[in-house]
Design a protein around this ligand. Structure first.
Ligand code: SF4
Length: 436
């Protein structure tokens, strides 16, 4: 459950267990044991996770819980799940892989002859075979007041360059055409290792910095997309790589707000940066750049003027892709203690106003693409009307828009094709497949 980071953890657990000879099955009935990888971020996610655990207990009865909710504590420090889900085999937190394996081994001893050859070299994936998430670090050193991720996932821990590159190469060899680089704070990669030197498999020294890692990834010759970057000055250099065509001209930067007081109350990384100037600089370096972001409307204490400031920022910044959440008080988050909590209706109403402004911006920006020729990666083959579904470089799977591609050819997921854009909707494009 939850975000792509949890999905990557599930893939790792599946891969390990499969390599030990365990079989993965699709129903509670066929399973000897169920592992629920939970999310503990928003209250809705907690409720969904608890529901999933209860269902697994009801339908199967032998359940191991892992993931963020496993690490969640009540205010008095007792684990949240012990009394909520009695009877489970065991509860582990995010990234506690060995504990999961140990619990599995004791509850269901490993079969004698592992079918090692059944595991693809790149591990088992929950994503379609043409794209994959690549997690480069775990945890976070920030203290955003609305977030409990650092409590759940701990401090920043960057993976070694060689390990990341080995995984990326295996993914490419297994047919992956697009890598989504994820972490809690991608731009901080290597900070915990003091940006020291690491060695690649072929013995080259690479500095543990996001720029250097992107240069390595850029050599793979597949799409590389960056998520969860922060508007620090050093990101300018990464945008230069995008302008050179080494990695996709796409930056996912969760700004969360624009007003300096609110950003300070949120304790956002780079709160003091002059974001609009930074965006202009990035666009000057790489005019093709797509900027995606997320925001929170109705943060405790947010005044109407401060919200208006956010809307003005939005109009000025002309971001390509934007998501907005109405502020939701997460148990254990420091922001809950801030004065000026807003009623639900106000938070929702501000979110709606925000999205109204953005939908017009989005439609206008997409309209400018009409007549252009875009490289598109196909996600779904054509239907009986000859319309396939794909994404341009500007669209990450699941969170951004799509392009409907009319074609006479037989296209399959992962095909890269040239498409002439003929029309746009609010968030999506329409186009025709052209032969090169
Ligand atoms: S940067 Fe802030 S929002 Fe993101 S994981 Fe860290 S504390 Fe949470």
């Amino acid at each position: 459950m939850g975000c792509p980071k949890a999905l990557v953890d599930s893939e790792r657990i599946m891969t390990q267990l499969r390599s030990e000879g365990y079989d993965l099955v699709g129903s509670y009935h066929d399973a000897d044991l169920v592992i629920v990888n939970t999310c503990g971020f928003l209250n809705e996610a907690v409720a969904e996770s608890v529901e999933a655990i209860e269902e697994a207990m009801r339908e199967n009865g032998k359940v191991i819980v892992t993931g963020c909710l496993g690490a969640k504590r009540h205010l008095d420090g007792t684990p949240y799940l012990t009394d909520v889900c009695p009877g489970v085999v065991g509860i582990t937190g995010p990234g506690e892989f060995q504990k999961v394996y140990d619990l599995v081994h004791s509850a269901l001893p490993a079969p004698h002859s592992p079918w090692l050859d059944l595991v693809p070299k790149a591990g088992l994936k929950l994503t379609p075979s043409h794209y994959a998430y690549l997690k480069i670090s775990e945890g976070c050193n920030h203290h955003c007041t609305f977030c409990i991720i650092p409590q759940l996932r701990g401090k920043l821990e960057s993976r070694p360059v060689a390990e990341i590159m080995r995984e990326a190469r295996l993914l490419k060899e297994s047919g992956v055409k697009e890598l989504m680089v994820i972490s809690q704070d991608t731009s901080a990669y290597g900070m915990d290792k003091r940006y020291g030197i690491d060695f690649t498999e072929d013995g080259r020294a690479v500095q543990m910095r996001i720029l250097d890692l992107c240069k390595e990834l850029g050599e793979l010759g597949i799409w590389v997309r960056l998520h969860y970057m922060y508007p620090y000055a050093h990101v300018d250099r990464v945008v230069e790589l995008m302008a050179e065509g080494k990695i996709l001209p796409y930056l996912d930067v969760p700004f969360q707000h624009a007003h300096p007081r609110v950003l300070k109350a949120m304790k956002r990384p780079a709160a003091a940066e002059e974001t609009l100037k930074r965006i202009q600089t990035w666009r000057k370096i790489c005019p093709e750049l797509t900027i995606r972001s997320t925001f929170i409307a109705g943060f405790p204490g947010e005044t109407e003027d401060e919200f208006q400031y956010l809307l003005d920022f939005l109009k000025e910044a002309q971001l390509d892709r934007v998501g907005c959440f109405a502020y939701s008080p997460i148990e254990g988050a420091a922001a809950n203690e801030l004065p000026g909590a807003l009623p639900d209706e106000v938070r929702e109403e501000r979110r709606d106003r925000f999205m109204q402004v953005q939908s017009e911006i989005s439609a206008a920006r997409l309209a400018k693409k009409i007549g252009t020729i875009q490289t598109v990666i196909i996600d779904e083959p054509e239907d009986e009307d000859g319309v396939a579904i794909g994404r341009t470089m500007a669209d990450a799977p699941e969170i951004d828009g799509i392009i409907y591609v009319t074609t006479d050819a037989h296209l399959k997921p992962g095909d890269m094709v040239r498409v002439k854009v003929t029309a746009n909707e609010e968030y999506d494009l329409v186009g025709r497949h052209i032969e090169v």
